[in-house]
Design a protein around this ligand. Structure first.
Ligand code: PGA
Length: 276
């Protein structure tokens, strides 16, 4: 048995023009070496995807889109489809709380986007998470269940195995003014959420899908707390926003991921040794 591959995915959100994006990538390429154990993903703005795809070292980085529309083509002014992105990106972020909040994306829209991504061979990074009010009312388990089951309801168990689910408590995201006064999620809260997610998947789609699916964490993650979150039971990666815009922070997160993965492999080989 091998551990699930850790993924560090930087969500640049609506920051950096094409030139600034290219400069950030240049810095990242100088500071992040080829990773055997960690998958490093960058989600720049839609506009920067094409130029960055020509500039990036594919052995080190993969690209993600931050959004796309669920129809493949047609009269949908202003939208870009998953079909248009399929040659360009490996991943797409779907269901981010900023899209649910500012762009009124309903659970059904999120579900259709997840299905459209999979249909077009793009792996969704599905974001789910409770608001501060829901957190304080102890509704986390129910909220995660509802968001998750609706979002993946059009997928098969095999398709679910390969997606990435990001637990993103809205109250812990440093999204700026409208989400001001964010707090920090403790690793034990993150571990608990990961358990809820895997439990739901096991119940509905079987233990194999639950064991294979990657569950990652997002919300004020940075180079300093990356090791703690990545060592958390059931967590296979991070989705940083703010920290992904600073190359030293992001590179620090990647190197924390590498150290955690090495430790996991060592631990697993000891266990395997004991059982054979
Ligand atoms: P943050 O954003 O790391 O700036 O809190 C995380 C996210 O929104 O995915």
């Amino acid at each position: 048995m091998t551990p699930r591959k850790i993924i560090i995915a930087g969500n640049w959100k609506m920051n950096l023009n094409v030139q600034q994006s290219s400069l950030l990538l240049q810095h990242l390429q100088e500071h992040i070496k080829i990773q055997r154990l960690v998958e490093v993903v960058l989600a720049p703005s839609l506009l920067a995807l094409q130029p960055l795809s020509l500039q990036l070292d594919r052995r080190r980085f993969r690209l993600a889109a931050q959004n796309a529309f669920y129809k493949d083509e047609g009269a949908y002014t202003g939208e870009v489809s998953f079909a248009m992105l399929r040659e360009l990106v490996h991943y797409v972020i779907v269901g981010h709380s900023e899209r649910r909040f500012y762009f009124h994306e309903t659970p059904e829209v999120v579900r259709d986007k997840v299905a459209a991504a999979v249909r077009n061979g793009i792996t969704p990074i599905l974001c789910i998470g409770e608001t501060k009010r829901e957190h304080e009312a102890h509704e986390t388990k129910q909220v995660l269940h509802d968001q998750l089951t609706t979002a993946i309801s059009n997928l098969t168990s095999e398709e679910i195995e390969s997606i990435v689910i990001a637990y993103e408590p809205v109250w812990a995201i440093s999204s700026g003014r409208d989400f001001a006064h964010h707090e920090v999620a403790r690793p034990d809260e993150v571990a608990r959420a990961a358990r809820f997610i895997r439990h739901d998947i096991a119940e509905l789609y079987g233990q194999i899908a639950a064991d294979k699916v990657r569950v990652i964490y997002g919300g004020s993650s940075n180079a300093e707390n990356a090791y703690a979150y990545l060592s958390t039971e059931g967590i296979d990666g991070l989705l940083p926003g703010g920290a992904s815009l600073q190359y030293m922070e992001f590179a620090g997160m990647v190197s924390a991921a590498e150290r955690v993965q090495q430790a996991k492999i060592k631990e697993l080989s000891k266990t395997n040794g004991r059982t054979t």
